[in-house]
Design a protein around this ligand. Sequence first.
Ligand SMILES: [Zn+2]
Length: 223
Amino acid sequence: MDEKVNIVFLGPPGAGKGTQAAGISRRFAICHISTGNLFRQAVEAQTPLGRQVKAYMEAGALVPDELVIQLVKDHIQSKRCKRGFLLDGFPRTVSQAQGLEAILRQQGDCLRWVIYFDIQEEDLVQRLLHRRVCSNVSCQQTYNLRTFPPQQEGKCDRCHSPLIRRKDDNRESISTRFRDFEKKTQPLLDYYRKKGILVQIPANRPAKEVEERIVRLLENDNF
Ligand SMILES: [Zn+2]
């Protein structure tokens, strides 16, 4: 594959984006950019941008679009991303999507696909109620008692620390998060649908099956 694989993962928290992002970025040798990591790395590296991000985070304020876009831009243009990138958690708004497009256009590049992890509210609730997270903060591997159970009950496969359930993984917060996400994301979905690059994937299928669909899409470039 000569052309770059530039893709975006969209979907509510808990739809399995993180798990798929790890596997897909490895398989296609593209860089995985999640905004959470982006902020953390910038803050740790103490770059001028990082210091600005830190100030916003400490004030409990949203990091402004221009700043996020600048961070994403620095990453996309780095060597690690020379074969393409997988964005996860960005863009969140149409204005961020336009910012991304402007960056890519400058370098004669474009987005290949925007993959939406489509899931019904009740399915997401069921899924998250079965989610367990490794209690070791430097590991944080996530499991699902139904679809991705640990090999040994209650223990992390990687580091053997006990698995816990997140406090906000209860029915009420899950539903609130989901509705909030749907409302905010609709304009973005419409935006990408009009551009003809939106692909919806049923996210409630087993992880293996979801992965195969994404791989097929990226390898054959059709759906
Ligand atoms: Zn662990």
